[in-house]
Every structure is written in structure tokens, then in C-alpha cells.
Design a protein around this ligand. Structure first.
Ligand SMILES: Cc1cc2nc3c(=O)[nH]c(=O)nc-3n(C[C@H](O)[C@H](O)[C@H](O)COP(=O)(O)OP(=O)(O)OC[C@H]3O[C@@H](n4cnc5c(N)ncnc54)[C@H](O)[C@@H]3O)c2cc1C
Length: 377
């Protein structure tokens, strides 16, 4: 085995969504930082593929995320400025479904608690404002103006480029095989070399268990499907809000980001896989049938046969919240940022910023205690 080379500073394993943001936030503080990735930032093998991700502020997953979402929005704009490109498109976000559905209630309660400017639309007003998502009997549409979509592959590339411009190093196509902490630092062994760092942030996304066998992060399949429009003036990415539909037909729906296909991500079961490399390339016939039924029933502007189907992967924890912070018992030198359970993209810059705080100082002003890896799972 080669002798470890001396390379002080912080290592970041995985320069996907949260790893690239962590590297950017470390480099922006002037800290020497080195990222490693099996692939290259912006690839679509893990959690960041598929052209669009939802950003919402009135948060059904937990009102405790609102301050983090508001901070994330500011950091997205900072990254846009650094990249000279638009990454966050605030076209609004609709939650659509039965008025008494728990998700609709959770969005309204969250908005009330944080005084967020959502609108509750029904009947002809909803139809006029959001013709893409007609309402059934007893259904409502909650419109969040601080919502929209992000473009994930360019966003990860932008964070990696901003990190490199600020002095970070990225070692692409170099897979980390193991990480060994000791009293003075951490030894990182890859398929090419062995190096020493002061500390490490592990951001391996859905590969968490491949790297750290006992971490409670299950890789799961998320399927994306794309549909064509009957009327090309509908689902225009300049004005049509993203939508989360709940009730008998549950899915997320994006406007036509590439000018052609409207993306629909079915909700429900996210089947487990051993690792992202084992993802099926297509959807089960039952899922396709379910989608055709749903699109025919509630998205009349779309032709109900998907023209494209793709599968991606995220790492899910048992409680559906990520793991962010030091792993207990390893002297504060090994931190994790993973397991974001299907909803981590919108928050990635603020997770990266908090990860940088935590690995450098052991604490962060960001409200991320609920993500501590030391919590019982
Ligand atoms: C289809 C889909 C739709 C989603 N929709 C939304 C949404 O609308 N809104 C939202 O907020 N969130 C959404 N999410 C969730 C969000 O995209 C993820 O939570 C987030 O991207 C996770 O980022 P990550 O950094 O943990 O993983 P990744 O982005 O996959 O990054 C992990 C990186 O680690 C690298 N790596 C792993 N192991 C090693 C190793 N041993 N050595 C070197 N490198 C390694 C990988 O190559 C990869 O680049 C969605 C997820 C999916 C899959």
C-alpha cells in the first residue's frame, strides 16, 4: 500500500448535491478542502438526476424547516450570482387535493405559524389561475408564491465550479474505499491513493451504506415520467407552478422545463434497491397503469402515455429526515451529510453551509439539531 501523503484540510467524500455545496461553503471560508467523487459533479447516477427539483417554503414535511428553507433561498441566489446563471425558478407551488387532507392541513398550518403569504384557491378562481390542475369536488389549491423549481445538474456543477474557483480541489473519478480516523486526523484510502486530512465530511447520498455499512440509510428508487401536452400553452415553465397533488392520485408535477415534456413523479412506495447501480431502467407495468389512470383523471392537459421513464435514487432514513453532523464516538473528525429521504435538494446549500460550520467549529447557528446522527433511529 502507498504511504499516506500529507494533505491537511477537510476532505469531502461525494461531490453530488450536498457534498458540492459543502465544498463550496468550506472554500468560501478560505479553508483548504478536497472533494472526491466516483463520477463527476452534475452526473445523474444518484440523487441529482432528472432536470428539475421542487423548491417550497410552506413545508408539509415539518414547519421546523421553514427558517432553513428561507436561508437556502438566499444561498441559492448567491450561487446563481457566482455562476452567472439562473438555477431557482420561483414560478410558485400548488398543493392540490381534498380540503381536509392532512398534507393540505400541514401546509396551511405551517403557513399560519410562520406568517407565509400562501393563498387558498377554490372553484373558478383556481381554474383561472392554475388551469393545468383542475379541482374535483371538495378539493382546494394552496398556492405558495415562495416556491418553484431548481435545475439540479447545473446547480451541482455550479457549486463545484464555485468551490474550485475559491481554491478547493475536486478529484473526479476517484472512489473512496475507506476512511479511518485517529487522534490526529483522518486517513482516506481511494482506488488511486491514500491521503491524510484533519477531518472529513461524508456526503455519499444513496451510497451511504456502501461506504459505511451500518448507517441507517436505505437506497430507494424514485421514478420520474414525462408526458406531452395537448395544448403547448399549458405547463409553460415561465409561469406554471409546480404542483404536489394529494388524495387518490398522488404525485408531483413540474412545468415543461425543457420546453417539451411535463414531468410527473408518482408518490407512494419508493422500492428499496441494494445500490444506485442496481436501479431498474424502467417502471413496473403496474406503475405505468397507475400513472395513466391518474393523468387521465386529473391532468386533462396531458396525453396520458408517458414518453420517457427514468429511475433515480435517494438514501432514506427510518424517520425521513437527513443525517447531518459528527458521527458519535469518532472524536469529531468524521461528519456525515446524507439520508435526505427524497426532499433534500432544495435545502442543499444550507445543509452544506451547516456541515461546513459543524466540521470546522463543532457547532452551527443553523437550526439542524433534529438532523443529528446521534438521535435514536
Ligand atoms: C427523482 C428524485 C426526485 C426528487 N425530487 C426532489 C424535489 O423535488 N425537491 C427536493 O428538495 N428534493 C428532491 N429529491 C431529493 C434530493 O434530490 C436528494 O435528497 C439530494 O439530491 C441528495 O443529495 P446527496 O448529496 O445526499 O446525494 P447525491 O447527489 O447522489 O450525491 C452523492 C455523491 O456521492 C458520490 N459518492 C458516493 N460514494 C462515494 C465514494 N465511496 N467515493 C466517492 N464518491 C462517492 C456519488 O457519486 C454522488 O456524486 C429527489 C430525489 C430524487 C432521486
Amino acid at each position: 500500500m502507498s504511504q499516506p501523503r500529507l494533505a491537511p484540510g477537510i476532505a469531502v467524500v461525494g461531490t453530488g448535491t450536498v457534498g458540492a455545496m459543502t465544498l463550496w461553503r468550506l472554500a468560501a471560508r478560505g479553508v483548504p478542502a478536497t472533494g472526491f467523487d466516483t463520477y463527476a459533479p452534475g452526473h445523474d447516477r444518484g440523487a441529482a438526476g432528472g432536470e428539475s427539483r421542487i423548491f417550497r417554503t410552506a413545508y408539509k414535511e415539518g414547519a421546523e424547516y421553514v427558517p432553513l428553507l428561507q436561508a437556502a433561498r438566499g444561498l441559492w441566489h448567491e450561487l446563481e450570482e457566482a455562476a452567472g446563471a439562473r438555477l431557482l425558478h420561483l414560478v410558485g407551488g400548488a398543493t392540490v387535493g381534498p380540503a381536509d387532507h392532512p398534507t393540505v392541513r400541514a401546509v396551511l398550518d405551517c403557513a399560519e405559524r410562520y406568517d407565509l403569504p400562501v393563498e387558498l384557491l377554490t372553484g373558478a378562481e383556481a381554474r383561472r389561475r392554475v388551469p393545468e390542475h383542475p379541482l374535483g369536488d371538495g378539493e382546494v389549491l394552496v398556492l405558495d408564491p415562495d416556491a418553484g423549481f431548481l435545475t439540479p445538474e447545473p446547480a451541482v456543477q455550479a457549486a463545484a465550479a464555485a468551490a474550485e474557483r475559491a481554491g478547493a480541489t475536486i478529484r473526479r473519478y476517484e472512489r473512496v474505499l475507506d476512511v479511518e480516523p485517529d487522534g490526529d486526523g483522518v486517513t482516506i484510502r481511494t482506488d488511486r491513493a491514500t491521503d491524510r486530512f484533519d477531518a472529513v465530511v461524508l456526503a455519499p447520498g444513496p451510497w451511504a451504506r456502501t461506504l459505511l455499512g451500518d448507517l441507517p440509510v436505505q437506497p430507494r428508487t424514485i421514478t420520474s415520467t414525462w408526458f406531452t401536452r395537448h395544448d403547448p400553452s399549458l405547463f409553460d415553465a415561465k409561469r406554471c407552478p409546480i404542483a404536489v397533488r394529494v388524495g387518490p392520485h398522488a404525485f408531483s408535477c413540474f412545468p415543461a422545463v425543457d420546453g417539451r415534456g411535463v414531468k410527473v413523479n408518482p408518490h407512494g412506495e419508493f422500492p428499496p434497491v441494494d445500490a444506485p447501480e442496481a436501479l431498474p431502467r424502467s417502471a413496473a407495468p403496474e406503475l405505468v397503469d397507475r400513472l395513466r389512470t391518474a393523468v387521465s383523471a386529473v391532468l386533462p392537459g396531458l396525453v396520458p402515455d408517458p414518453i420517457r421513464i427514468a429511475t433515480y435514487c435517494d438514501g432514506f432514513t427510518p424517520d425521513g429526515h437527513g443525517l447531518l453532523g459528527p458521527l458519535p464516538g469518532l472524536g469529531g473528525r468524521v461528519h456525515v451529510a446524507t439520508g435526505f429521504s427524497g426532499h433534500g435538494f432544495k435545502l442543499a446549500p444550507v445543509f452544506g453551509d451547516a456541515a461546513a460550520d459543524l466540521v470546522l467549529t463543532g457547532s452551527t447557528p443553523r437550526p439542524v439539531d433534529h438532523l443529528s446522527p446521534a438521535r435514536p433511529l
